[in-house]
Design a protein around this ligand. Sequence first.
Ligand SMILES: [Zn+2]
Length: 254
Amino acid sequence: MIAPDLETAIDTLQELVEAARQITPFTGAGISTECGIPDFRSPGGLWTKTRPIQFEDFLASQEMRNESWRRRFAMEQYFAAARPGRGHLALASLHRAGKAPGVITQNIDNLHQSSGIPGERVVELHGNNTYAVCLDCAKRYELSWVKMQFTDRGERAPDCIDCGGHIKTATISFGQSMPEREMRRAEQMTLDCDLFLVIGSSLVVWPAAGFPLMAKRNGAKLAIINREATEFDEIADLVVREDIGTVLSPFVAH
Ligand SMILES: [Zn+2]
């Protein structure tokens, strides 16, 4: 059912949330746009203007690693200033109420953690770009450290001080394989819930597309809150095409 208006959308969602024993939210870029994080994949988005750097190119070339870090620091104005939006706060409230033990996200902006959901309860399918890791030994690096090295060395990306491996933001790049542990956890959370709640994802990028179907086949209800239509609207119990923050603000506990 596609909600005909905002009031029906909120009422129906409230009924689904109240009836649910366990909710698994699945979030994409749309939940963070009101926080000033651009949707890189959207029409006119950054990735339609600048080709993303493929993982193999990052590995192969110092110049690509330099360019990758140059781009990351250029985006710092968006990421450093971003605060959780109404959608994040609503999910944090559901988490505290014991309704949503964890969140699956395609986002790399750390905003679910900033909203108060513990890091170990956030399954990040595409990683996190608010810190960096060594690709060889997994040592964690803070961006402030990387930036200092980068600047001091004339915009040259630094390597790991322990093992000499390449240092990259903790994101999953194009061409990089999906994180197995996160995929398994996301599947388990999908099977454990009786309400699968998609927020701000068009569900086109694999593996996102697999989860709503898995939940539905397992007997869960499916609700989709997204500006644009998705391939799964037909099997959803509720489809909402209104503004995400407006729909979810009644779920923020005060
Ligand atoms: Zn290392």
